[in-house]
Each structure stands twice: as C-alpha cells, then as structure tokens.
Write a protein that binds this ligand. Structure first.
Ligand SMILES: [Zn+2]
Length: 621
C-alpha cells in the first residue's frame, strides 16, 4: 500500500492535525512564548531543548537535531513506517484513507477481512495449545518457553487434522466461498487435480505444529510460521505469499519489538522465529527474523527507519557462513554513513536459541559488542579466498571487491570502505580507485553533482570528509560562492518557513528566477513551482511533500533554524530582495565576462548587443 496515498490527502491530513495536541498526548509540553517546549523524547536530557511550533506545524530539538512534522514525529516516536503513521493520523482525525485508483479496487476491504480471519484462527490455535497436553509440554518443557512468552507472541497449536481449520472457519468444509478465503490466507491448500474428499476440495496447510503468528505494525495477524512438534518434515513451514504477507518485507517479531518498553538502539536479525521468541524471553527484546528468505534491502530499509544499527547473527557453520555472505551482498545497497551493519558468528553447532539459554543475556550481549563491522567482515572474507602475500592474490582481491563496492551508495561510507580495502592490499586508496578506473566513474570527486548545489543552497559546510581527488577543489569553489550561497539559502529559508509566499511572487520575479544559474537554482525553482501549483500552509506540510527527495534533510535543518523575520509580508520582501540581488549579480558576472571578451577582441556581434543592453539596464545595487 506504499506510495498509493494521494499527496493531497496527506496535505489535508496535516492541515487537520494539530502537532501540539499530537505530541502533547505523548509527552508533557510547556507553553513558552508562541511555541511549546519539553525534555526531548529522543535523547536523554534534564533541561528542555525540544520545541514544538504550532505555526510551522513542526518540531525540533536543539540538543540532538531531531525534527519533522506530525507524521515524522509518529514515525520516530511511535516507530511507525510512513504509511502506518498516515493511518494513525487518519484514524485520529476520523477520516478514511483514499487509495489512488488501482486495478483491484476493494482489495483493502478484502485484506481487512482476511486479516480478521487470520486473527480468529490465531486465537483458536492459542486455545488448542492450552488444551493439548502434549503440545503444551513440548512448548513449555522442550522449547523452554514460559506461559507469559506464549501469550506475548500469541503462540498456538495447529491440530493434527486435515480439516480442523477448514471446517471451523469456512462455514462448513463444502462452503466454497469460505474455503477460498482460507486459501487466500494460505491457511488451506486446494487438492491437486481439483478432486475432493468427503465433499471437501481443500485441506489444512498447518497440522500438528507449534504456530507463531507474524503481525503487522498495528498488531494484525498477516502470516504464520509453524514448527513441527517432535519429529517430522519439513521442520519449519511458513505461510505462502498472500495479499497480506510479502516475505521480502516482513520481519518476524518487529511488532513485539515495538511493543517492548525498552529504548531501542539496534535490531538483532536472527534466522528463526524460535530464536526470536527465546531471545525476547531472555530480555533481548530487539530480536527479529526473516521468514523463509534471506534478508532483503527492503527488510533493511524498514529496520533502519527504527534504529541506526543492525546486527546479523549466523551459525558459524558452512550454511551460516553462506547465509551471512548473502546477507552482506543484500545489505550493500543500504550501507551508508550513520548506519551500522555488523555480523556475528556463533560457535559451531550453536544457534541463538540454545546459546542464550545456556549463557544468559549478558554474555550473549557481550558477543554482540564484538560483532564484525561490515567492512571488516568483507575484508576478512575476501582475504580468506586469496593469498594476500602475493601480488596476484591482491589483484584478485581488488577484482572481487570492485563489483561489491559499486553497490554501495556514493558517500562517506563508501570512501571509507575503499580506504579499508586498499589498506588490506597495501595500496594507497587513490591508486586502488585508479585501478578500478572509470569502472563506476563516480568515486572520489567530491563537490560534483547535486550535492554541491544543495550545499551552496543551504549554506551547509562542504564536508572535508568526502576526501578524494576533487575534495580540495570543491572546498575552494564553495568558499568563492559563499556570498551567493547566502542569498540562495535565504531565499529557500523564507519559502520553507512561509510556504504561502511562493504564490505572491510577481511575473518579473519569476523571470529573474528562471534566469538564475547558481548552484541550488534548480531546487529553488522546483520549490517555487511546486508551491505555486499546490499551495501549502506550513513547513511541516512542505517537508512531508518532499519526503522522498534528497533535499528534505537540508530543508528540515532550515525549518529548525531561527528566522528573524516576523511575518509573511516581511518574508516575501526578503525573498524578493534575495531574488533581485542574485539576478543583479548574475548580470554583473555576465557583464564582466563580455567586457573581457571585448578586450580580447573575441566578442561576437550578438554578444556586443547583449553587452550594450547590460550597460543600459540595471546592474544591481
Ligand atoms: Zn533531542
């Protein structure tokens, strides 16, 4: 359901929401002038540096720089994904979320029906577990789960029957509509060849198994994992892909992680649901597992919305190593600065379930502290495949590393990774990049591309950490353009703080805007065009609209910054002044350029006319 909620609805939802009331329902706010303040819920503090602005519909913290709109607050504070946060606001406001037209309309209603059915089956199975002595004994004694854990994870027992679920939940085994709903949930399977037995064309998928429901962010059951009781094959059986359940997206235990009160700073990804349940029981309430699939980039995106650190735990055996390598490859596109990805290998023959049972939480957590960072694991693994003492071994190392590095998004993390790899083969990083040559053509060269435009636009420091051959030059350019960056930043700042002023720009000013060619001009133009096409009332609304765009982070910082203009009218004057001065500067630069060409005798007739025009017209203040 991602990406299908119309933007106009989100605008409207934010306009209906009072951010002060929303945040005030979760933490205690104190009025202070026109704003409200509190001790920040995102970092520990004794004196308040967390502010909520009713005018901007925006919050920000001077201590840890957390900031955002009402939706952003829900995502960070309640740990919701974007669509979940939208759902939450919509249900507060008592409005339905409209879905943009898609082929199978009415599907969300069906989905709600299916998920209600799944919930009923889960409760039924919970009851069966309590009633069945053998299954209870297995869960409590052999698996070592406590009654409290069974309740928290809604663990149940699927009877040793071919049609218990079919008969109970289809309105009679012969009821085709009921059976089809169960089949759509993945709870029953159609008999091959369309045959039937006693009038029943379906049979139960899960039989004689301990059942672990997987729940979505709002606690609705969307799938099951089932472990065989005692012996049998397959040992683990999961729900198939259904309209409710996409295994490449869901993490088992994430709902329970969110329910736990402990502060969340990392997630531990393990291989099985039994591991998750046992780890939670032992106090490691941040464990999750994938269901019948390797970790996907989508899983990691979800994880990194909640926490800055993800640790993978794998068995130390051959299969575990192979799974870890797959996870590493899938993780590379999601690796970047500010995110930690680490790998933990357990002693041979141990899984997290048995290990935490044997040694307890503290010992297990100290293992986590020693988990290998992604870069170290990569170096170790590649290094183990070749002989680094010889030149050809080092060359093969570089060759294997190259496609992997190419998967990592450009940025500080990638630069550091290249440096680490270069170090492993005793080569200067610049030389390694050179060897890889134009292979990806993007390494090094700080200050190119949209980033530098944005840097000038928002007056952000051009980070020296980018390194690379272009670094020094980029800093030089940023220095020269500081004055222009200042005006550009001021213009964007006014629009972020007072979005409605975009609608009040006159034709002449819009023409000036068209002519601008400095770094950041494209973004300023896009911002003005967007705000004129679809007016928006507050900074919070604007940030939501630009959520998916790379500029949003910097806009957020601008929105949090102090502005010294008292109202909309003053902001409009500021914006007009900034535009006028940038235009004047552009004309002056062009003037100097043409004058130079005339002195060199290289001027064309057309340029001479342009020069005369510039001499006659205004050249700025
Ligand atoms: Zn803070």
């Amino acid at each position: 359901m991602s990406g299908r909620i119309p933007q106009a609805f989100i605008d409207d939802l934010l306009a209906r929401t009072d951010i002060v009331e929303l945040i005030g329902s979760r933490i205690t706010l104190k009025k202070s002038g026109r704003e409200y303040k509190a001790c920040c819920p995102f970092h520990g503090e004794k004196t308040p540096s967390f502010w909520v602005s009713p005018d901007k519909q925006f919050y920000h913290c001077f201590g840890c720089s957390a900031h955002g709109s009402a939706l952003g607050f829900l995502m960070n504070h309640d740990r919701l994904t974007f669509p979940e946060a939208v759902e939450e606001l919509a249900s507060r406001a008592g409005v339905e979320i409209p879905r943009e037209a898609r082929p199978d309309d009415g599907r969300s209603r069906d989905a709600a029906d299916l998920s209600a059915l799944m919930g009923q089956v889960a409760s039924h199975w919970q009851g069966l577990l309590r009633a069945d002595a053998r299954a209870s004994r297995y869960a409590l004694e052999q698996r070592g789960l406590t009654p409290d854990t069974l309740a928290r994870f809604m663990v149940g027992y699927a009877a040793n029957s071919w049609n218990d679920v079919l008969r109970r939940f289809s309105g009679g085994g012969g009821n085709a509509r009921g059976a089809e709903q169960l089949a759509a949930c993945g709870l029953v399977i159609e008999r091959e060849g369309g045959g039937s037995q006693g009038g029943e064309r379906h049979y139960d998928r899960f039989r004689d198994r301990l059942m672990f429901p997987i729940r979505d962010a709002r606690g609705r059951v969307i799938a099951f994992g089932g472990r065989i009781i005692d012996q049998g094959e397959p040992k683990y059986l999961n729900s198939p892909e259904t309209t409710l359940f996409h295994k490449g997206r869901e993490l088992y235990g994430l709902y329970e992680v969110r329910q736990s009160r402990a502060p969340l700073k990392r997630l531990l990804v393990v291989e099985g649901y039994m591991d998750v349940v046992r780890l939670h029981q032992a106090g490691i309430t941040y464990a999750v597992a994938t269901l019948g699939t390797a970790t996907t980039p989508e899983h990691l995106k979800r994880a990194f919305r909640l926490v800055p650190e993800v640790v993978f735990a794998f068995d130390g055996d051959r299969a575990g190593r192979a799974a870890a390598w797959r996870a590493l490859n899938n993780a590379l596109p999601e690796a970047r600065e500010g995110r930690q990805l680490r790998f933990l290998f357990l002693p041979d023959g141990q899984d997290p379930d048995s290990l935490v049972g044997a040694e307890g939480r503290e010992a297990f957590e100290s293992r986590l502290e020693g988990a290998l960072p992604l870069s170290e694991y990569l170096v170790q693994e590649l290094g183990s495949q070749v002989d680094l003492a010889h030149a050809d071994g080092r060359a093969r190392f570089a060759e294997s590393a190259r496609p992997m590095v190419a998967k990592v998004p450009e940025g500080v993390f990638r630069e550091l990774l290249v440096e680490r790899l270069a170090e492993a083969i005793r080569l200067p990083a610049a030389r390694l990049r050179e060897l890889w040559g134009a292979g990806d053509g993007r390494s090094g060269g700080g200050g190119t591309g949209p980033t530098s435009g944005l840097g000038a636009l928002t007056g952000a420091r051009n980070d020296g950490a980018r390194g690379g051959p272009g670094g020094g030059q980029a800093r030089g350019r940023a220095g020269q353009s500081a004055g222009r960056g200042g005006l550009m930043r001021q213009a964007v700042m006014m629009l972020v703080h007072y979005p409605p002023i975009a609608g009040q720009l006159e034709a002449a000013e819009l023409a000036d805007l068209e002519g601008l060619d400095e770094p950041g001009a494209d973004i300023l133009r896009a911002l003005v065009a967007d705000l004129r096409a679809e007016p928006c009332a507050s900074a919070g609304q604007l940030l939501e609209r630009w959520r998916e765009r790379p500029e949003v982070e910097r806009f957020g910082r601008l929105a949090a910054a102090e502005v010294l203009v008292p109202d909309k009218a003053a902001a409009l004057r500021e914006l007009q002044t900034a535009l006028g001065r940038m235009q004047a500067e552009r004309r002056r630069r062009r003037f100097d350029e043409l004058l130079e060409r005339e002195r060199d005798g290289a001027i064309t007739p057309a340029e001479r006319t342009e020069l005369q025009g510039l001499m006659a017209g205004p050249t700025g203040s």
